[in-house]
Design a protein. Structure first.
Length: 451
């Protein structure tokens, strides 16, 4: 029935009929009341108030029912029935809240799917905590099962504390008769991780004895590194701090062997390598703590000047170079290492004095996709580290020092910092040292005669 016709017959309609007509035709009460006024007005104020009251009750009932359903569709339906209802603002707010919540859920679903895709493409994209927080424990457990590692070890494992020791201060602090093994490389090159794998492999497969010297340099640091892979799964240590150059003498045996080999590992913090860049190029880099670097550099010079035999390992991060990584000083690891090699060349021929071998170690070599990774590593070094390699090669040729390229991997790394150790590379370095470093005889008479 048309509005005008309905109003003309208004006296014949009850308040309930009027309310039903208004709801069925989506006519706001204000519009209806104005039309009634123009047609002569309501027959009584009570009749008008009664219609308003019934309409309000119907409006409230419809809104309460909508709230119980609590969907955007239900609230939109309420608005279509009561376009000028008393709950208009509330209904619109509810619709917006539901839509916002839906968008959040949709985003979480998309983020979850994206995260799962990224994990499938690269297991090191997220940490265990990130997976637990953004996915759930079931996903982490499935991943660990697939990888063949204990989920609880992954959840419980914390970053290992590294307990550092003092470093040599005087020439008398450097024990004689040792072969000093230098570990060079910038921050993140993998020196500390390699040392932890090497010491743990020594602990598992060889014998290590504390040196018979007054100052036990590096003892607690060595034990800290050894314990990282105690369960064959370790939480990789972070970068070596500026002042954390460490000198670690020890005695190495094959199992069942009587004669030991006196070896000292000398891990140089990445800041020392950067300091070479300052010295060679006569600049000051803003990110270097120069006072602490100088302390480490002083210890380095003490060891370099000693009469001990020497072996040098230069660690180069394959991943970092392939990602064209430049540090906070705007420099690459190639530029730092080239400066270091220039320093060796120009300062008293460091390799000339009792250097047995120089090795360039390409770390994270599992990322090299090749059937012949050694050949690929050499090609990589020629391409990205040509100046560094040429200077070292020339110095080694000049001084009849063995110069070799090797590859290294600590094992399979998961979740950014969790590593399942592969001892093959550590074992190869240990066996090289055992082959190259002569054992010390325990025969007193022979020792006297050899003096």
């Amino acid at each position: 029935m048309e509005l005008k016709e309905f109003i003309n017959k208004l006296e014949g309609h009850s308040a309930a009929d009027i309310v039903e007509y208004l709801c069925e035709n989506n006519i706001p009460f204000a519009v209806f009341s104005e039309a009634v006024r123009k047609n002569g007005g309501w027959d009584s104020a009570d009749r008008r108030k009664n219609v308003q009251l019934l309409l309000k009750q119907k409006d409230d009932g419809a809104y309460n029912a909508t709230v119980a359903v609590n969907t955007a569709e239900a609230f939109n339906n309420y608005l279509s029935l009561f376009p000028a209802g008393s709950h208009l603002a509330e209904a619109k707010t509810k619709i917006q809240q539901i839509q916002n919540a839906r968008l959040i859920i949709e985003k979480k679903i998309k983020d979850r799917e994206k995260m799962l895709r990224e994990i499938k493409e690269d297991i090191n994209e997220y940490t265990p905590d990130e997976i637990l927080e953004r996915l759930n424990g079931e996903v982490l457990n499935d991943l660990c099962t697939e990888l063949g590692i204990d989920t609880q070890i992954i959840i419980d494992y914390k970053e290992p504390p590294l307990i550092f020791n003092d470093i040599p201060q005087t020439e008398e602090d450097i024990p004689s008769g040792y072969t000093d093994v230098f570990f060079w490389g910038i921050n993140t090159s993998g020196k500390t991780c390699a040392l932890s794998a090497i010491f743990n492999t020594i602990n598992k497969e060889f014998s290590l004895e504390a040196p018979k010297i007054e100052k036990q340099f590096g003892a607690t640091y060595r034990d800290s590194l050894t314990n990282i892979f105690r369960n064959d799964v370790g939480y990789l240590p972070g970068r070596t701090n500026t002042n954390r150059t460490q000198y670690i003498p020890f005695q190495l045996y094959r199992r069942g062997e009587r004669n030991n080999r006196k070896i000292s590992f000398f891990e140089l913090s990445g800041e020392v390598v950067k300091y070479f860049y300052e010295i060679v190029n006569r600049v000051e880099l803003p990110s270097i703590n120069r006072d602490e670097a100088k302390v480490a550099f002083q210890a380095l010079n003490l060891v370099l000047r000693s009469n001990n035999q020497k072996i040098h390992y230069f660690f180069i991060d394959y991943n970092r170079e392939m990602k064209n990584a430049i540090d906070e000083n705007g420099l690459s690891q190639s530029q730092y290492l080239t400066a270091a090699s220039v320093y060796f060349r120009d300062n008293n021929d460091i390799f000339k004095k009792k250097t047995d071998a120089v090795y360039v170690i390409v770390t994270k070599s599992d990322e090299i996709k090749s059937n012949d990774r050694i050949a690929s590593a050499k090609s990589f070094l020629r391409k990205y580290f040509g100046d560094f390699m040429d200077i070292l090669d020339n110095q080694c040729n000049k001084n009849s020092v063995e110069f070799k390229v090797k590859i290294f991997s600590i094992g399979d790394v998961y979740f950014k910092r969790i590593c399942k150790i592969n001892r093959d590379y550590s074992r190869a370095i240990i066996n090289d040292l055992i082959t190259r470093v002569k054992p010390v005889s325990n025969c007193i008479l022979r020792n006297i005669l050899n003096r």
